[in-house]
Design a protein around this ligand. Structure first.
Ligand code: URA
Length: 436
């Protein structure tokens, strides 16, 4: 294979064969193709795109660059997972995964640490004292076999070609390309081995995809790619203009998810969207109509089965939920915090998700580089949601951090993010569309 000739053809807009793509990825993973040539390839894909066949070949060869999990003989029920493209206050995995498990699925879910404004699912879970997110694949299998779900950080054995290529894309301006994003996300999800994949593709100010048409395009490509690789799949395109729920941070998001699992939270958007996503997993995985799957999810949330799955999963990962809740309550009473008050009376017309995420980052809830430490207790707790009426001087949020010097600037950022208007905003659906 002469890589320069492949690059010439890709630059000219020619379609490469699956065999050529497989050879390229294999050689790159082994270190036989230098980064500068792979970066040129990624840029050519950004400019010229890829056919569905090319995207599938790239996805499958990145998947096959590492371990592919097989759940046969380990679990006796169908497997399914949810993937979110990420948003502010997105703690849905903490509810969806145990909920789907409580409905009769096994949910092998390899998750990530956050890089950027807020923590990832693994960071959130690690705010629970004792919780080990970095399980070996052997221990991860045992946890899924025992309780039907596990939130474990993705190990180095899964899709190493994607890890290498993503690091290169990150520094060469080649992240925003639908085929590259699809191959990156799907290679990891396919390697997990779940038979059904449900995608939550977020769009809006706090999301990777800013517009509905971009988000719908990514949703269609993810679903087509997953189906092309032999999985059952669907996607929901959902709103990420406002944060999900009231909590944005790490420990406070886990506490909010626990409250949702107990049916004791005001975060109805988190509960409702969790049910919608879990219902799609259950419908596809168990072959039920969506209505019946939704009813089963609502029942398993209300009767505490999903909460019990979550508690069991946390215990199997070494986490201590009692100690966690006591620490959160103690920090809320005694930790450094500031209230944010409304400067005027009005209707909450918009809460800029990105502004809230920037405040959470300034408080210490995210990391700028992989080696940075996260403050698990740092975060923003909104007191209002879009459509609420507030009076002048009312508390609209609370910001908290171990480092009190960070509070003032973060409180200002949150105040600016909550937009008050004279008119009540029109209701907006949480789910814009479904792609099957
Ligand atoms: N998330 C991924 O895992 N890969 C991408 O390319 C973009 C988002």
């Amino acid at each position: 294979m002469i890589v320069k000739l492949l690059l010439d053809r890709k630059r000219a807009g020619e379609e490469l064969s699956p065999k050529e793509i497989r050879k390229l990825v294999r050689a790159y993973t082994r270190g036989e193709v230098p980064d500068y040539q792979m970066a040129a390839f990624a840029m050519a894909v950004c400019c010229r795109g890829m056919s569905p066949a090319e995207t599938l070949a790239l996805t499958e060869s990145m998947r096959d660059s590492g371990t592919c999990l097989d759940w046969t003989g380990i679990v006796s029920v169908p497997t399914a997972d949810k993937h979110s493209t990420g948003g502010v206050g997105d703690k849905l995995s903490l509810v969806v995964q145990p909920l789907a498990a409580a409905c009769g699925l096994a949910v092998p879910s390899l998750t990530g640490r956050g890089l950027g404004l807020t923590g990832g699912t693994a960071d959130k879970m690690e705010s629970i004292p004792g919780y080990v997110a970095g399980l070996s694949l052997a221990d991860y299998r045992k946890v899924v076999a025992d309780c039907g779900c596990s939130l474990t950080v993705q190990t180095a054995e899964i899709a190493p070609a994607d890890r290498k290529l993503y690091a290169l894309r990150d520094v060469t301006g080649t992240v925003p390309s639908i085929p590259l994003i699809v191959a990156s996300i799907l290679s990891k999800k396919l390697a997990e081995g779940a038979g059904t994949l449900v995608f939550d593709v977020k769009c809006g100010a706090g999301a990777f995809m800013k517009t509905r048409s971009e988000a719908a395009g990514l949703a269609r490509a993810l679903v087509a790619g997953a189906q092309g690789a032999g999985r059952q799949a669907c996607a929901l395109v959902t709103s990420m203009d406002e944060p999900l729920g009231f909590a944005v941070g790490n420990a406070n998001e886990v506490q909010e998810a626990l409250d949702v699992l107990r049916g004791a939270s005001r975060a109805h958007d988190v509960a409702d969207l969790s049910v919608e996503l879990a219902a799609r997993m259950v419908a596809l995985g168990l072959g039920l109509p969506v209505e019946a799957a939704r009813a089963r999810c609502r029942e398993r949330l209300a009767d505490g089965s999903a909460l019990r799955r979550f508690a069991r999963m946390v215990a199997l990962h070494g986490g201590r939920l009692d100690a966690f809740e006591a620490a959160v309550a103690d920090f809320r009473r005694n930790g450094p915090a500031r209230e944010v008050r409304a400067g005027r009376a009005g209707w909450v017309a918009r809460i800029d998700a990105n502004g809230v995420a920037e405040a959470a980052f300034a408080l210490g809830a995210g990391r700028a580089k992989a080696s940075d430490a996260i403050d698990p207790m740092a975060g923003v707790d909104l007191a209002v949601t879009r459509g609420d009426r507030v009076e002048a001087g009312a508390v609209i949020a609370r910001v908290a951090a171990a480092d009190a010097a960070r509070l003032e600037a973060a409180a200002e950022r949150v105040r600016a993010a909550v937009e008050l208007a004279d008119e009540r905003p029109a209701p907006r659906p949480a789910v814009f569309e479904e792609v099957r």
